[in-house]
Ligand binder design. Structure first.
Ligand SMILES: Nc1ncnc2c1ncn2[C@@H]1O[C@H](COP(=O)(O)OP(=O)(O)OP(=O)(O)O)[C@@H](O)[C@H]1O
Ligand SMILES: [Mg+2]
Length: 382
């Protein structure tokens, strides 16, 4: 039940939780500006004070864990024994009680604060572009005004959405704006996706081939490098509710700058802006994440900004690939801070939509990937 994290003041509580309850906990925590560990600690305190907590359906609960204050695991275990409950039932009761306890509504000021999300991990081909594009489509369908930024020199997102790259030396690329060398307003580089379902709310800042020079050019910039992306996008930000960056498959300067852009701003609640990480249920994804997270932590230490992790999305999941993918999936699901927000199957509709250069939600609006993207969008928009 316990595991050390090098920090003597907390210990890991490992139990099982249903996927539905996990999502509800995440959304309720975000609303209250808490991380999952703080939410669980509050939930347990509330449950200890409530003798007659009602039973909760806990069928199909999956492995789940979080950090609680030292001594919390034994106390929880004893209380479950005293109430003659399994730990799975105990934690389900505690979290359900807490979710339905008085929740401070998200203030309208908070809901108006622009949210900045970066879809990233340096591992190639895991579904960053799929996720960034799909999530943006689903958020626009929900009624939010979304700016998608193709921040990857490969320009996959731009082409997959059926759009043209920005011409070299046009004076309007993102890099030119970041360097302060642009000759036209950024708004003139942004295109609106034409599909009616997005109601003119889904906009794209296409990639430009000059982005291949990104790290080399940025390395020569003497001052204001970290804030260059914020400076470039600032003139259009007020037109949007959400900005989503499709990250490149690399670490380095471009990634530092993107991470800095999605930092938590003063007055912003936790886990509203930050990084969304697509991963596979395989070992290399864990290794990739450890390196990626090391860069995020180092950046936070050096620059004293808070860059939140919004969560993992397990992508292209296929349980038929053997026991090891199920074990790896559980490995991701045991992490609760950040947690797994969604598990997406490997579906041919995504590749078909890509071949046609048509947004997935337009190409196959009722496939399970489109539905999953809509659930994810609802959760992140909560
Ligand atoms: N859930 C899915 N089902 C089927 N195909 C998928 C799925 N997710 C991604 N793909 C396909 O897998 C390939 C890689 O996905 P994608 O380009 O989104 O990954 P990426 O992480 O952005 O890659 P890169 O590192 O090159 O930027 C693409 O052909 C994409 O259409
Ligand atoms: Mg990509």
């Amino acid at each position: 039940m316990t595991a050390g994290n090098g920090d003597q003041t907390t210990e890991k509580l490992i139990t099982n939780l249903t996927p539905e309850l996990r999502l509800q906990v995440r959304s309720a925590s975000a609303q209250r500006g808490l991380n999952i560990s703080e939410a669980t600690t509050q939930a347990l305190e509330l449950w200890y004070r409530t003798e007659d907590a009602p039973p909760v359906e806990a069928k199909d609960a999956k492995s789940w864990g979080t950090w609680v204050p030292a001594g919390g695991v034994a106390r929880f275990s004893d209380e479950c024994d005293r109430r003659a409950l399994t730990k799975v039932q105990g934690i389900a009761q505690a979290l359900t009680l807490w979710i339905h306890s008085e929740a401070p509504p998200v203030s309208s000021a908070q809901s108006k604060i622009l949210r900045r999300m970066l879809v990233a991990i340096q591992k190639g081909g895991v579904g960053k572009t799929f996720l960034a594009g799909g999530l943006a489509q689903a958020l626009a369908e929900l009624g939010l005004r979304v700016l998608l930024v193709d921040y990857d020199p490969q320009g996959h997102l731009t082409r997959r959405l059926g759009q043209e790259m920005i011409a070299l030396d046009s004076g309007g690329s993102l890099l030119e704006h970041m360097l302060g060398k642009a000759t036209r307003h950024l708004r003139r580089s942004i295109v609106s996706l034409p599909q009616a379902r997005f109601g003119d709310r889904l906009h794209l800042l296409p990639a430009c081939n000059d982005a291949f020079l990104f790290d080399a050019v940025m390395a020569t910039m003497r001052a204001g490098r970290e804030e260059s992306l914020a400076r470039a996008l600032e003139p259009v930000e007020r037109d949007y509710d959400v900005v989503i960056l499709d990250g490149p498959p690399s670490l380095g300067l471009a990634m530092d700058i993107a991470m800095t852009y999605v930092q938590r701003r003063p007055g912003e609640l936790a886990d509203r802006s930050g990084i969304l990480m697509p991963v596979w249920a395989d070992r290399p994804s864990f290794e990739a994440y450890d390196l990626f997270n090391a860069q995020r932590r180092q950046l936070m230490t050096l620059t004293r900004v808070q860059v939140d992790e919004l969560g993992f999305v397990i992508n292209a999941y296929d349980s038929r690939r053997g026991a090891s993918v199920q074990v790896h999936r559980e490995g991701w699901e045991e992490r609760s801070a950040p947690g797994v927000l969604a598990v997406f199957p490997d579906l041919k509709e995504q590749r078909d939509a890509q071949d046609q250069s048509i947004p997935l939600l337009e190409w196959e609006p009722d496939c399970s990937l489109s539905m999953g993207l809509r659930s994810l969008a609802k959760e992140l928009a909560a």
